[in-house]
Design a protein around this ligand. Structure first.
Ligand code: SF4
Ligand code: SF4
Length: 224
C-alpha cells in the first residue's frame, strides 16, 4: 500500500501519504482497546487540547471538548470502565444531513469536518449528533492554531487531526496514548486489509457505540 509506515506500540499503522490526494479508497478510523484505558489517564484529552489550541474547560456543560473521558459502571457487577469519546466520524453522519448551509461535510476518506466560514451557528448538528461530540464556541478566542481555525459563533468537533493525517502523521491523541498513556488507541485505514487496524478488527470482537443507529461510526472499541 502506498503510505507512510508509523509505529504505535509495536503495531504497524498507516497514515496518509502527503503526496496522495484525499480519496474514498481510504477510510480512516480508530480502534480503542478499553482494557488498556485506565481511569486516571487523560493523555489523549490533554494532547488534543494542546494540538488544537482548545483551553481546559471551566464549565463542562458549555465549554469545548473535542475528546472526553467517559466513565461507565455496570449496575449489576459494579465493574468500571473508562473510554475516550470523540466525534465518531460517522459514514452516514446526521450532522451533515441536517446542516442547512453545507458547513458540516464528510471528506471522501471519511473525516467529518465543519467549514467555519460557512457555519452560521444554528447548532442543528449538535442536536442531531447522537454522541454529543460537538461544541459551540460562546466566547471570542485567542491563540488559535493556524491549522485548526476556530471562531466564536461556530460549531466544532474532533477533526481527526486532519492536518496531521494529511501530512502522514497520526492524530495527536493516538501519539500521546502511545507515548504517555496506556497504548489503547490505534489509528489507520479501515479499507486496507493489510493495515494493523483492519487486521485487528478482523481478528477480535469489537463494537461501536450505538451501532444500532446505523450511522456507521469510524471509531471502534475493543473490550467495551
Ligand atoms: S459523531 Fe456526531 S459530529 Fe461526528 S460525524 Fe457522527 S453525527 Fe457528526
Ligand atoms: S451549527 Fe454550523 S455546522 Fe452545525 S448545522 Fe448549523 S451551520 Fe451546519
Amino acid at each position: 500500500m502506498p503510505g507512510v509506515t508509523l509505529y504505535v506500540l509495536g503495531d504497524e499503522a498507516h497514515a496518509k501519504d502527503p503526496a496522495t490526494a484525499v480519496s474514498s479508497k481510504n477510510r480512516w478510523g480508530f480502534l480503542i482497546d478499553i482494557s488498556k484505558c485506565t481511569d486516571d489517564c487523560t493523555a489523549c484529552v490533554t494532547a488534543c487540547r494542546t494540538e488544537n489550541g482548545v483551553a481546559d474547560p471551566e464549565n463542562l456543560e458549555v465549554d469545548a471538548q473535542w475528546i472526553r473521558k467517559v466513565f461507565l459502571k455496570d449496575p449489576e457487577t459494579g465493574a468500571k470502565k473508562s473510554l475516550p469519546v470523540m466525534c465518531q466520524h460517522c459514514a452516514s453522519p446526521p450532522c451533515v444531513d441536517v446542516c442547512p448551509t453545507g458547513a458540516s461535510f464528510k471528506r471522501a476518506d471519511g473525516i467529518v469536518l465543519v467549514d467555519k466560514h460557512i457555519c452560521i451557528g444554528c447548532r442543528y448538528c449538535m442536536m442531531a449528533c447522537p454522541y454529543k461530540a460537538r461544541s459551540f464556541v460562546h466566547e471570542p478566542l485567542e491563540d488559535q492554531k493556524p491549522y485548526a481555525p476556530r471562531g466564536k459563533g461556530t460549531v466544532e468537533s474532533c477533526t481527526m487531526c486532519v492536518h496531521r493525517v494529511d501530512a502522514g502523521q497520526m492524530p495527536a491523541c493516538v501519539d500521546a496514548c502511545g507515548s504517555e498513556g496506556k497504548g489503547a488507541m490505534l489509528f489507520g485505514d479501515l479499507n486496507d486489509p493489510n493495515s494493523e487496524i483492519a487486521q485487528r478488527l478482523a481478528s477480535y470482537p469489537t463494537t461501536r457505540i450505538r451501532a444500532d443507529l446505523g450511522v456507521a461510526p469510524g471509531v471502534h472499541y475493543q473490550n467495551l
